[in-house]
Design a protein around this ligand. Structure first.
Ligand code: 5GP
Length: 319
């Protein structure tokens, strides 16, 4: 079996680099031996640091000419070039923060787990990575599990945009956002459509501050456009019982449009198959949502809060 034993990291000075990697990054100094350069005969050192317990180490290599000095901190041209994996992301992030490591952004949760970018003393960029269940967790106890991350949503919205672009080629659809929940989805979706499109907004009464459907749909703000002869796409945040979508499809259909189709970021599973007669078909569906979860974020609220979260998470009413 083979493995990568060492990777060279160009440094300006051995001692400052050792101090950073050992005292701040928490690595171990594995070896520090005097050597003589076989090329120039100058004294140099063989310095190896390694995360505790890791197989692969870093050879801290002092830059010895102008080309090497110019590459210090830029070995991968500004890209993240090194990847530090930890079993306990929250603990590692906290320890490194306390040690004064510079993180370039807050930690974020991706489908593959937690990630944050940090920089070493020369500006080399590292990813700190950890499993999904080892993260710092949202500070707000009402925010539960992240069901759809920012990256997952972006990828799905891009796909929906491509589908709509293809299906409406040669036409100018009128995208109708059902406020307020679909505002964020609409903003991203419309920019994922590559072709002419118009937009309008409708506001309907929703659940108010409660989390249970009243089944009441009331138009608070009607469309500015006349939909007669138009290809309308209704854009909703979430289809739950389907009452809202059913009502809006019927209402718009009675106004003589060329077509009415439906698009929803989330469709609750129970809303499919098992739904009562007259169930509305969702033509463009982002994600299926488990029957039980009440969700917040990416436009969806609980008591008007949490719409600004960049992901969709479950809501915990009583933490
Ligand atoms: P429906 O008429 O399909 O039962 O309900 C649709 C509306 O209910 C959505 O537009 C949304 O305002 C609200 N809703 C349903 N489920 C949820 C949820 O899990 N979270 C949030 N924030 N709103 C929901």
């Amino acid at each position: 079996m083979s493995h990568i034993d060492l990777v060279s990291l160009l440094v300006e000075d051995y001692d400052e680099a050792i101090a950073f990697y050992v005292e701040k990054a928490g690595f171990e100094l594995v070896e520090d031996s005097p050597e003589t350069s076989s090329v120039t005969g100058d004294p140099k050192r063989w310095v190896v640091v390694r995360p505790p317990g890791a197989q692969t180490g870093l050879l801290l290599a002092r830059a010895s000419d102008d080309a090497q000095r110019a590459a210090v901190g830029r070995q991968t041209g500004g890209r993240v070039g090194l990847f530090l994996h930890t079993d306990d992301f929250a603990a590692a992030h906290q320890r490194m923060t306390e040690a004064g490591i510079r993180f370039t952004q807050p930690p974020r949760q991706e489908a593959y787990g937690w990630v944050v970018v940090w920089e070493d003393l020369y500006g080399n960029r590292w990813d700190l990575l950890g499993p999904a269940d080892s993260g710092p967790g949202p500070a707000d106890p009402h925010i539960g599990e992240i069901l759809f991350s920012q990256t997952q949503i972006a990828a799905r919205v891009a796909e929906l945009g491509r589908q709509i672009t293809a299906d409406y080629a040669g036409r100018t659809p009128l995208l109708v956002s059902v406020l307020k929940g679909s505002l964020v989805f609409m903003a991203d979706l419309m920019r994922a459509i590559d072709g002419p499109a118009e937009i309008d907004v409708l506001a309907v009464s929703s659940y108010g501050a409660a989390t249970k459907s009243s089944g009441v749909v009331r138009i608070i703000k009607d469309l500015d456009h006349d939909v007669a002869g138009r290809d309308v796409i209704l854009v909703e945040d979430i289809v739950d019982s389907g009452l809202t979508m059913r009502y809006l499809v019927d209402r718009l259909s009675s106004q003589g449009p060329a077509s009415v189709s439906t698009c929803a970021l989330l469709v609750r599973e129970a809303a499919h198959g098992g739904q009562s007669e007259g169930a509305v078909t969702i033509d463009y569906e982002g994600f299926r949502l488990p029957a039980s979860a009440f969700v917040i974020g990416y436009g969806l609220d609980a008591g008007q809060l949490y719409r600004n979260l960049p992901y969709v998470a479950s809501y915990i009413p009583q933490p």
